[in-house]
Design a protein around this ligand. Structure first.
Ligand code: AKG
Ligand code: FE2
Length: 299
């Protein structure tokens, strides 16, 4: 699917575009299947080690991880895309259905930013103490990027792999204020955050229930957050960022990869092993490199 002029105009005016049913099971199921296989393999290991009492093999994708983590949560910390590094997750970064949509806003020379996540958002209270609960306080994604990226457009693509509802912590956004640019942020408990007045939230805030196959596109200056998961299932989602190839990376210490190019098709990274290598190198580098000064005050 390509975006039409009305959709592009809507994105420009509102700062976001919510598309229903634009990805098929064929697009998403390989990603889900590789996570299912990984969780199954780890469940067998945990059972053998006596850390869980059963495999929970009959439970669906959006529930099995919860049951396992209630007994032993050690699977959890390595599930995000850069740690898990599944082949199908890598392939999905340049999924044609997705990139046809992205191209409408980014143009034909597309790079996938390393600011990318696969989020297994667990029920409130179940996340291990050293894990990311994926409860994002109010922020603009631009606030989490380096300053060099400020003048450039970066598109956020948020998509659920299982249903996202207010109860399990779906996204909330404030539309039509992206034109005001990057606001003041600060860092709280390691997360970049900004303030949104209650009144603004009441009057303009939108809650975005979404299903598998739906895609939310956001301008990097759209204030958004996600709330806790108050169900007993996992809110599985991915959030990816795309920008025009050649514009400064939002996070230069991590690998960005060309995913589509009409002028230079051979620049597209289709080598899975190389992608893994780049991520491993970046993650190891983070351990040895000194952290640069934070962009925002730490509170
Ligand atoms: O998935 C979430 O809970 C938050 C995601 C987010 O902030 C983003 O995709 O930019
Ligand atoms: Fe965000």
């Amino acid at each position: 699917m390509k975006l039409d002029a009305a959709q592009i105009a809507q994105f420009e005016e509102e700062g976001y575009l919510l598309l229903h049913g634009v990805l098929t099971d064929a697009d998403l199921d390989p990603v889900i299947a590789e996570y299912e296989q990984h969780i199954d393999r780890r469940a067998h290991e945990l059972l053998t080690e006596g850390k869980i009492s059963k495999l929970y093999a009959d439970e669906p994708f959006h529930r099995r991880l919860v049951s396992i983590c209630r007994e032993c949560d050690e699977i959890y910390s390595k599930l995000d895309i850069m740690h898990f590094r599944g082949r199908d997750s890598f392939e999905f970064l340049r999924n044609d259905h997705l990139l046809d949509i992205v191209e409408g806003l980014v143009g034909p020379e597309i790079t996938c930013s390393p600011v990318q996540h696969t989020r297994a958002k667990l029920p409130q209270g179940l996340t291990p103490s050293d894990g990311d609960p994926h409860i994002a306080p109010w922020h603009q994604d631009a606030g989490a990027f380096v300053e060099a990226a400020d003048p450039h457009f970066v598109l956020t693509v948020w998509l659920p792999l299982s249903e996202a509802r207010p109860e399990n912590g779906c996204m909330q956004i404030i539309p039509r204020v992206h034109t005001e640019g990057l606001q003041q942020h600060w860092i709280e408990r390691g997360l970049v955050t900004m303030s949104v007045e209650d009144e603004r939230l009441r009057e303009e805030g939108l809650t975005m229930p979404m299903d598998k196959g739906d895609v939310l596109l956001m301008h990097k200056a759209v204030p958004h957050r996600s709330t806790p998961n108050n169900t007993d299932t996992v809110r599985w989602s991915m959030d990816l960022r795309y920008q025009q190839t050649g514009t400064p990376s939002a996070r230069p210490a991590q690998p960005d990869v060309a995913v589509r190019s009409r002028c230079n098709p051979s620049s597209v990274l289709s080598d899975y092993d190389e992608w893994c290598r780049l991520w491993i190198e970046a993650l190891e580098g983070r351990k040895v490199n000194k952290r640069s000064a934070p962009r925002w005050v730490v509170r």
